[in-house]
Ligand binder design. Structure first.
Ligand code: PXG
Length: 289
């Protein structure tokens, strides 16, 4: 039986219930994080917690725990579930309130911590690379819903994922309002050409991914040049290698976009080097549970 943290208590999954009047459910009003732990160590926990509090601040949501308390609650929930490796979902909802959009009538945010496992893509995709399709759903621009906020409003991403799946692809490429590459439905995107790595800047509508930041650090460590620069679909069609990063996906090669074969059509040598180093780092660094 899974153990869930809910508003200060660790309870059985069957008892982890939220009100139908929670504004997280009624309006998608809230924020979340997806975090992985490997070998009893939580990968980049402080960075995830920081992004969670940044997301909450941006939407005027007061989390009823300090970041240190959130870290302690997260580790306690992992221990209660007895897993060595897994996935953590932190969800902060606006809490219970009357009907009506106003968050000011919701006295207290709810804190939910789920510890589970996650696997996004097939073994085949990890071995040979995944297929992408460009989605017609765009990433909302900074004046609509900040793409930097990891909010509970994922319907745009869900619809983009549906489009990709209906096109026979495993992941969807999402463009911004200018038609430039933002990211994927739940992953950041990188391309390599002539040994140089490029990823869209946060201003292009990319979530400031924690895995993205880890890969930027790995490239620096390995001496592979990297820049954050705008990319068009053409840049992806004509790259030598392409890969995606995300907590759920980890690092995975993408070998097709819109029926174009990317590079050789196999995970490339630089991508493989980065994946190997990523695997080493996740198993040996991180906050001990
Ligand atoms: N872009 C978006 C829109 C995301 O939601 C990423 C990029 C990658 O960021 P991180 O920090 O994880 O490297 C995400 C994160 C899921 C799931 O359930 C999705 C994410 C994370 C965990 C689980 O599909 N996306």
């Amino acid at each position: 039986m899974k153990k869930i943290y809910l508003d200060g208590l660790i309870v059985d999954e069957a008892d982890a219930k939220v009100s139908v009047f929670d504004h997280g459910l009624l309006y998608g009003d809230g924020v979340f994080e997806g975090i992985r732990f490997y070998n009893h160590r939580v990968f980049r926990l402080e960075e995830h917690i920081r992004r969670l509090y940044d997301s909450a601040k941006s939407i005027l949501l007061t989390i009823p725990l300090t970041p240190q308390e959130m870290i302690a609650a997260t580790c306690a929930t992992i221990r209660a579930n007895g897993l060595v490796d897994g996935y953590i979902r932190l969800v902060i909802t606006r809490g219970v309130g009357p009907m009506g959009l106003s968050p000011y009538k919701c006295p207290k945010a709810s804190v939910i911590i789920i510890v589970d496992t996650i696997s996004l893509y097939s073994e085949e995709a990890y071995a040979n690379g995944l297929t992408m399709a460009t989605c017609s759903s765009r990433r909302p621009s900074h004046d609509i819903l900040s793409p930097q906020v990891k909010s509970l409003n994922y319907l745009n991403n869900v619809m983009a994922k549906v489009e990709a799946l209906q096109a026979g692809a495993e992941e969807g490429l999402i463009l911004n309002d200018l038609g430039l590459v933002a990211e994927c439905t739940g992953d950041n995107v990188f391309v390599i050409r002539d040994g140089f790595i490029t990823t869209p800047p946060i201003t292009a509508g990319a979530l400031p991914g924690i895995t993205r930041a880890a890969v930027i650090d790995i490239a620096k460590e390995l001496g592979i040049p990297l820049a954050e620069r705008d990319l068009s679909r053409h840049d992806i069609y004509t790259c030598d290698e392409c890969f995606l990063t995300g907590t759920a996906a980890e690092v995975i090669a993408a070998t097709k976009l819109d029926q174009r074969v990317l590079g050789t059509g196999k995970p490339g040598p630089i991508t493989q080097k980065i994946i190997a180093r990523f695997r080493e780092i996740v198993g040996t660094t991180g906050t001990p549970v």
